[in-house]
Design a protein around this ligand. Structure first.
Ligand SMILES: Cc1cc2nc3c(=O)[nH]c(=O)nc-3n(C[C@H](O)[C@H](O)[C@H](O)COP(=O)(O)O)c2cc1C
Length: 358
């Protein structure tokens, strides 16, 4: 019986091959941040408001002028065909049916040209390549395919070491390809020189540009003409700096505990970052969001919306597009329950005073 997201997680780890499960599920090094992302939610307790007529609840909201039916978005997650043959296409269709936003990863199996036509509320996650012309081409392709924003991931000047991937010598199956790299040596992992541990780490070493600085945000904005969200920020001063270089918003994220181990859990940074950037900047948070109460706490502390990473893979593996819809539906129903029990009719009523720190 599937009652919550954890039921899907259990099914997932029973079904998926070990090396792929390792890639999808694990975190960097000791996985301290991975665990803390979840534990931190229990450090914040709810203080419900009662007798407020909660007979009609709406979870609709708006993000950068885009109307969505739920404040739960789908985070960029690489190589989704390893979870289900329909991969990113299924995820985009689920986002469309649920009327929410999906962010499409650079390292996806289906490329911009395949996913773009599926949904009109897509963001594109950019890993900035050492080859600036290639990066420019990707950005222009997004514009042509009607993507609504660029999500610039900044917490990966190199890949954090996921020891599971080293032990399992993780490699994307040769039957798959990376849809945004067709015709380049990054099309699959076979053209990258033999590597003892994780092929993903070797792939990223070749691809990611560690020399980037804040001014590249203005460059992305100029080339794309689209809103730019900077993903992976954990410090209020970095958030402010990103905005001063033209970012339209910040995604508070530690990459689901996959980059710098022992980095601060994201929930803790929402309020300080909101206080720093002010009420008008777009603020998204991810990391360990699994319950309706988690969603409400993030919004109460200052996030506009949240996004989920691993749970979309659990849904995708369970039943393709329908499985991703199931994940969104379960979590949104929990959010509705939490809103009823805390006295919030709509997202704008989710206020800071609903949450106290233990
Ligand atoms: C398997 C996997 C692949 C990911 N791939 C990307 C990626 O390509 N680009 C990116 O910016 N973040 C990537 N992330 C990070 C997610 O966007 C998100 O920050 C994180 O998963 C949120 O935490 P959660 O999984 O606990 O919900 C990935 C995460 C996972 C689990």
């Amino acid at each position: 019986m599937i009652i919550n997201l954890f039921d899907l997680e259990k099914k997932f780890s029973l079904k998926i091959p070990k090396a792929i499960d390792g890639y999808y599920s694990s975190g960097a090094r000791d996985e301290v941040t991975l665990k803390r992302n979840r534990e931190i939610f229990n450090n914040y307790e709810l203080l419900p408001k009662l007798l407020r007529d909660v007979s009609n609840i709406s979870t609709s909201t708006e993000l950068m002028g885009i109307g969505i039916d739920s404040p739960i978005l789908l985070a960029p997650v690489a190589m989704q065909q390893m979870a289900h043959q329909d991969g990113e296409l299924a995820t985009a269709k689920a986002a469309k049916n649920f009327n929410t936003i999906m962010t499409h990863s650079t390292i996806s199996n289906y490329g911009i040209q395949d996913v773009g036509p599926v949904h009109d509320k897509l963001f594109f996650q950019l890993y900035f390549s050492k080859d600036r012309d290639f990066t420019k081409e990707l950005i222009l392709k997004c514009k042509k395919n009607n993507y609504k924003a660029i999500v610039f991931t900044v917490d990966a000047p190199r890949l954090g070491t996921r020891e599971a991937d080293e032990r399992n010598s993780f490699k994307m199956p040769s039957s798959l390809q990376l849809g945004n790299f067709i015709g380049t040596k990054f099309e699959n992992f076979d053209d990258i020189e033999e590597y003892e541990g994780s092929s993903m780490a070797a792939h990223s070493d070749h691809l990611f540009d560690p020399s980037l600085t804040f001014d590249v945000i203005s460059w992305i904005k100029e080339i794309s003409g689209l809103p730019v969200l900077v993903k992976g920020i954990l410090r209020p001063d970095d958030a402010q700096k990103a905005i001063s270089f033209g970012a339209d918003g910040i995604i508070i994220s530690n990459h689901g505990g996959r980059q710098l181990d022992t980095a601060v859990p994201t929930l803790k940074q929402i309020e300080p970052i909101r206080n720093q950037v002010g009420k008008d900047a777009t603020l998204i948070v991810d990391g360990g969001v699994r319950r309706g109460t988690d969603v409400l706490k993030c919004i109460a502390l200052g996030a506009d919306v949240v996004q989920i990473g691993r749970p979309l893979l659990w849904g995708l593996n369970y039943d393709g597009q329908k499985g991703v819809e199931l994940v969104l539906d379960l979590l949104n129903k929990e959010l509705i329950e939490t809103m009823i029990l805390t006295g919030c009719k709509d997202i704008s009523e989710i206020s800071r005073d609903l949450v106290i720190e233990k």
